[in-house]
Write a protein that binds this ligand. Structure first.
Ligand code: ADP
Ligand code: MG
Length: 258
């Protein structure tokens, strides 16, 4: 099972949009995909036209309240089908923030989330995709440590490169001090608009800071905003759109990375 975390310290950079659409694209090529929403806002559920539910909180807190580890049967109580073939969701809610506070109080170690993955692996998922809240708190660290790779989602709108460097610093600390074996898969520029100077400047900044590690950008597109507002993936909204092509291409690239 490949585990990928999508992150940025900032909100509104296209993380959830990317997770949903990469997840659906991977599902279309026959991969069994679980999206796990660590953001207390629960937007992954809303973007897939499902309800926010405290499933992530229940999953996170299980080891605190139970002596025995999570089994695949217990996991299945919390995993929701999305009515799309091969695509499943562990939905989040405001309770995720409470769960995070409890984990902090209990001083849970960096490997806490990774230790929770065997039950998911045994359910036969090919991919586990972590959507994350806009910060670099304990959950992002634990999710990154559990991941084989991290994708930083960077909006070209304005000075969002700040959010990029914060997350990169965290990854470096995980590698140097906590023996993280994963890697940065790359930086994904979003809200790309070649007409604007900000886009050109930000692209140049990213390429200078991450040579060879900048993915082909996702254009700013109204159809993406409409799709998430309607609870549709881009493939359901408009499979012929440029956005659908861009996300399908990204999913293929990610599936080729080891
Ligand atoms: N490439 C894009 N072009 C236009 N709108 C986008 C694009 N990507 C995301 N959006 C919209 O921007 C808003 C924030 O995106 P979202 O994926 O929720 O960001 P995050 O998860 O990083 O907070 C949403 O309304 C979404 O539909
Ligand atoms: Mg989000």
């Amino acid at each position: 099972m490949k585990v990928i975390v999508f992150a940025n310290q900032k909100g509104g950079t296209g993380k959830t949009t990317t997770v949903i659409n990469v997840g659906d694209a991977l599902a279309h090529i026959g991969k069994k995909v679980l999206i796990l929403d660590l953001d207390p806002q629960g937007h992954a559920a809303i973007s897939l036209n499902l309800d926010t539910e405290p499933c992530v909180a229940n999953w996170l807190l299980h080891p605190i309240f139970n002596a025995s580890p999570i089994t695949p049967e217990i996991m299945n109580q919390w995993i929701r089908p999305t009515r799309r073939e091969n695509l499943f969701l562990l939905p989040g809610s405001q309770m995720t923030a409470k769960a995070q506070r409890l984990l902090t109080i209990e001083e849970k170690p960096i490997n806490y989330i990774k230790d929770q993955l065997p039950a998911i692996r045994r359910l036969g998922f090919d991919y586990l995709l972590f959507d994350t809240p806009p910060s670099t708190g304990g959950l992002q660290e634990m999710a990154s440590w559990a991941a084989n790779m991290a994708v930083i989602v960077s909006s070209l709108d304005y000075l969002s490169a700040d959010g990029v460097s914060g997350f990169v610093e965290m990854l470096k600390v995980l590698q140097s001090e906590k023996q993280w074996r994963g890697k940065l898969a790359g930086v994904l520029p979003t809200f790309y608009d070649e007409q604007t100077r900000t886009t050109r400047e930000q692209m140049a900044n990213l390429q200078a800071a991450f040579p060879g590690q900048v993915f082909t950008p996702i254009h700013r597109a109204t159809v993406l905003r409409e799709a998430s507002a309607e609870g549709l993936t881009i493939f359901e909204k408009d499979i012929k759109s440029r956005s659908a092509f861009e996300y399908e291409d990204l999913a293929r690239r990610l599936s080729r990375l080891e």
